[in-house]
Design a protein around this ligand. Structure first.
Ligand code: SF4
Length: 451
């Protein structure tokens, strides 16, 4: 009798990727093992994202596909929906898709074994969504990657940017105690982890809810002090809480990578106000200048929204102008997507979608050119990458990540996976580089030390 097979489909952010590792932990407790395709699965879990309409629709598209599988196999397969859409819609999902066996929210993933037992006992349409978030044991996770680990430092968000659904589906900010985080990082290093990414909806407000006052740069310093940790990344930051101390600690520490993801959203002060982002374009630019003046070769990436309700050509020009000035390594740009229940969804939105699409296209063209020019600077250079695995772009090639988050694909032997090696960059693309192994590939683990 083979093991029970679980297929987990994950949409959205790093927090969702981490939650899928928690989901796998609880499924393994019930004897399931993860498989990479839904065909032969005994249970399918869709971990959803509600940040934009497109992400939400992915759920409905997949449910359309899984409906046939369910029709053929009946109760031999369980279809489960979790994540932010489930947290937001709850039982509504089963009203629309009655074949969905289980719906669970973002705050009660640990309840999954109980919900599965309930369903297997014969109860139809099991749905459990808890409104209030709470912290959970950091050990109850089944990591997918041997060398890299995601580690939440906090959950939830208190910022309530007017366009954002996150505070409604992820709850209020709660920070994990620093000792717990340190202890867990030490365990990760013992398990051979090379790179840890500290995640949170807004890591910069870490610790504000804790009794013993500690801020994110303090936590980063403590994590950086831990012996054997080669690389530390963190996301996502919010400019309104981005401190001078944070820039200094990144500058001083070799094992904190020189990549900062700092969402701008808009370059127009009028729109930033309507978004309730709580910083101005001038504030943003001064943070960027401070980063560039203090951290060598720092790669800065961002998020921008085009077509926010009430945005006019002049506002869009402000965003375009900042993007040209800052020269981000990469900008994740989206057309505004109204989220039911958010203040922005009620704001007047006169600009036609065709116009917004034209702005979007214009911004993407400018940014892609900049990304390509930024990447071109690496041609001929020797860079260090952590080899992450086979390249999704070309299975015959390996994919590595530079400290500054740049992706490099190259040909090499699979036993390089999990190692930090030197590559010589030969070619630049808009979103990745092509390289070849530089010099011999021995005693490579210590290469990262020299920043
Ligand atoms: S900071 Fe704003 S955009 Fe980011 S998760 Fe919080 S509310 Fe959403």
């Amino acid at each position: 009798m083979g093991f029970k097979k679980a297929y987990i489909e994950t949409f959205g952010c790093q927090m969702n990727e981490y939650d899928s590792e928690r989901i796998l932990f609880y499924l393994e407790k019930l004897g399931y093992r993860r498989i990479l395709s839904s065909d032969k699965a005994d249970i399918i879990v869709i971990n959803t994202c509600a940040v934009r309409e497109k992400a939400e629709n992915k759920l409905f598209g997949h449910l359309g596909r899984f409906k046939n599988i369910k029709k053929q196999r009946g109760d031999d397969i369980l279809i489960c929906v979790g994540g932010c859409v489930a947290q937001n819609m709850g039982i509504e999902i089963q009203e629309k898709f009655p074949f969905v066996d289980i719906v669970f929210g973002t705050h009660n993933i640990s309840e999954l074994p109980l919900l599965i037992e309930k369903r297997i006992s014969g109860i139809k349409n099991v749905c459990s969504v808890i409104k209030k978030g709470s912290l959970y044991p950091l050990y109850e996770v089944r990591r997918i990657n041997k060398y890299k680990a995601l580690l939440p430092v906090s959950i939830g968000c208190n910022n309530f940017c007017s366009f954002c659904i996150v505070p409604y589906v992820r709850g209020r900010e709660l920070s994990f105690k620093p000792d717990l985080i340190i202890e867990y990082v030490k365990k990760l290093i013992e398990e051979g982890v090379i790179e840890v990414t500290l995640v949170g909806q807004n890591v910069n407000s870490y610790g504000k809810d804790l009794d013993d006052k500690i801020c994110f740069s303090d936590l980063l310093e403590k994590v950086s002090d831990i012996k054997g940790l080669k690389r530390i990344r963190f996301m996502t930051s919010n400019p309104k809480d981005f401190s001078e101390d944070l820039i200094q600690i990144i500058k001083e520490r070799n094992n904190i990578v020189n990549h900062i993801h700092l969402p701008l959203q808009s370059g127009s002060n009028r729109i930033l106000k309507l978004m309730r982002r709580k910083y101005s374009r001038e504030d943003y630019i001064s943070i960027i200048e401070n980063i560039k003046n203090n951290i060598d070769n720092c790669s800065i990436t961002t998020d921008t929204i085009v077509g926010f309700p009430g945005e006019e050509r002049a506002d869009f020009n402000d965003t375009l102008e900042i993007v040209k000035q800052v020269r981000f390594a990469r900008a994740f740009t989206f057309i505004y997507s109204p989220r039911k229940g958010t203040p922005a969804a009620l704001m007047p939105d006169p600009v036609k979608m065709t116009e917004k699409k034209n702005w979007f296209k214009e911004l993407i063209e400018v940014q892609n050119r900049i990304s390509f020019e930024v990447n071109e600077q690496y041609i001929g250079k020797i860079v260090k990458v952590l080899v992450e695995g086979l390249s999704p772009k070309n299975e015959k090639m390996l994919e590595g990540r530079m400290e500054n988050n740049m992706i490099v694909i190259f040909s090499g032997n699979r036993d390089l996976i999990g190692k930090i090696i030197d590559l010589k960059i030969e070619k630049a693309m808009s979103f990745y580089l092509i390289g070849k192994i530089a010099g011999k590939v021995n005693n490579v683990r210590d290469a990262c030390a020299a920043k």
